[in-house]
Design a protein around this ligand. Structure first.
Ligand code: UDP
Ligand code: MG
Length: 314
């Protein structure tokens, strides 16, 4: 049996040596053949040099280096397209996904009851409170309005069988949201809780705004509910308008016609204008996604790699 690890790296020069040490320590004790595929996502620091050096020393290490920064999703996809293991895991380079969980994860998957072992953090220690709040709301919302079953605190760190990897590779969409994809393809998943760990070294690449956009992308990628909001708003406004007309007619019949109501007219115009623009905006989001999807641009372009026969453009 062979274990493959996929490690996306973007400017991880500080943490990579620590990561490699930790991973080899854990994997050596396992009774598996293994490979670690590092995907250098267009790093601007010495990440690539470090990777090349490490790969020269250890033949189980491989790297794929992108021609520029394509994002973590593309990096994971490149990994999935090139792994050869029977069991495959994705993990961050910063040791926030502890390799020490791997032996237990392998045991669970070996027992045959599950096809995948996913991790979720039970605490959000070391994270700003507003971010935690929004993260929680996001998970609640996306579970309500999509069939991508996503657990609160789910990480991308998961171990899975070959069948799952094949399914993920087959989902060739350009707008990738892995948490959703993992949930969407199904299979029996065991959720393993663990305490949040802070980054071992280096810096996070995410700020609040990036995370917010990522969340909106996730929703748009996996739910059509926002699109139907426009119809519901429209219906609601129509009903309100009818009631209003009846009210005005009755008032005219009873009290005559005192000319007033400039303020309320303006309010209604602004409200409806706002709703219309909002609805248009939602449609715009979907059209933008369709635009990118229809172009069928490659997910990533490989600049350099030590894997033979790697697809340079995919
Ligand atoms: N990453 C990447 N491409 C990017 C941003 C991040 O490959 O454009 C990698 C990064 O090197 C790390 C993982 O994705 O291995 C998670 O990134 P980070 O630790 O910054 O995110 P956080 O853990 O703070 O959510
Ligand atoms: Mg991290």
């Amino acid at each position: 049996m062979k274990l493959s690890l996929i490690v996306p790296c973007y400017n991880e020069q500080e943490v990579l040596p620590i990561f490699c040490e930790e991973v080899t320590r854990v994997v050596k004790e396992l009774d598996y053949e293994y490979e670690v595929i590092f995907v250098n996502d267009g790093s601007k620091d010495a990440t690539l040099d470090i990777l090349q050096e490490m790969c020269d020393k250890n033949s189980n290490f491989k790297y794929i280096s992108f021609s520029r920064n394509f994002g973590k999703e593309a990096a994971m996809y490149a990994g999935f397209c090139n792994v050869s293991g029977d069991y495959v895991a994705v993990m961050d380079a910063d040791l926030q996904d502890p390799p020490s969980l791997l032996p237990d994860m392998l045991k669970i998957i070996e027992s045959g009851e599950y096809d995948s072992v996913a991790t979720r953090r039970v605490s959000r220690v070391g994270e700003p409170p507003i971010r935690s709040f929004f993260a929680r709301q996001f998970y609640k919302l996306i579970n309500k309005i999509s069939d991508a079953d996503i657990v609160d605190g789910a990480r991308d760190f998961r171990l899975m069988k070959r069948e799952m990897v094949d399914a993920i590779v087959a989902m060739g969409e350009a707008n990738r949201f892995s948490k959703g994809i993992f949930g969407w393809i199904g299979f029996r998943t065991y959720w393993m809780p663990y305490e949040n760990k802070e980054r071992a070294a280096g810096e996070t690449k995410w700020n609040f705004w990036k995370l917010f956009k990522y969340a909106v992308d996730g929703i748009i990628n996996f739910s059509q509910v926002p699109l139907s909001l426009a119809s519901w708003f429209g219906l609601f406004m129509t009903v309100v308008a009818f009631l209003f007309i009846i009210f005005i007619v009755v008032r005219k019949l009873i009290f005559g016609d005192p000319v007033s109501g400039w303020a309320s007219t303006i309010c209604v115009i602004i409200l409806i204008g706002g709703i219309q623009l909002f609805s248009l905006g939602i449609m715009g989001q979907y059209i933008a996604k369709m635009y990118m999807e229809v172009k069928k641009r490659p997910h990533y372009i490989v600049g350099k790699s030590n894997i033979e026969g790697v697809d340079k453009i995919r």
